[in-house]
Design a protein around this ligand. Sequence first.
Ligand SMILES: [Zn+2]
Length: 207
Amino acid sequence: MENYWHLGRWFRIPVSMHWTVLLVFPWLWLMMQSVVGALVGSVAYALLLVTHEFGHAAMARWRGLSVEDITLSGLHGQTSHSYPRSELDDILIAWSGVGAQLLVLLLALVARYLLQGAENPVVALIAGPALMVFTLWNLFLMMVALLPIGPMDGHRAWRVIPYVRKLMQRRRRSRKVVKLDPERRRALERKSEQIASEVIQKLGKKK
Ligand SMILES: [Zn+2]
């Protein structure tokens, strides 16, 4: 793979990063006018990308698939795994990247609440850019990931709607089969009572 750096194996998964991830640094620098802020923000951004991909990887493993590798690039990454065994597995894996990001968002909101009013300048220097990436940028990345097009997760994730609809249709149909009309149910009950009484009679005769 050209233009990729191998970052080693994390949780037994080879992870590599495309150089375009680094573009976030000058972008943040221009935005914040602070090298430290941009550096913290860049690390937070890379962590967010990693969290998203490991969300996919964890779900794939949970569904019994093998995860081959993870690559990170500018706006999104890619987790390669063996072929999903079912439509449901495919949908669950597609959602799990954004699911992991949602977890980060919730933790960041709690952290932001707890750090309210903190006057320590070091905390402000680190928490400011990190929390911005984990909240605002995080939401933006989630929306990008869920676009229902081509290589994005949304392409597979939104198949959950026809999937659930089909499931409900099937359930409705099977309920119809089980439901007997009252006439037929009474006839069945009479029949079973008759059989039961015959069995009891036969048992009585044997004594
Ligand atoms: Zn994804």
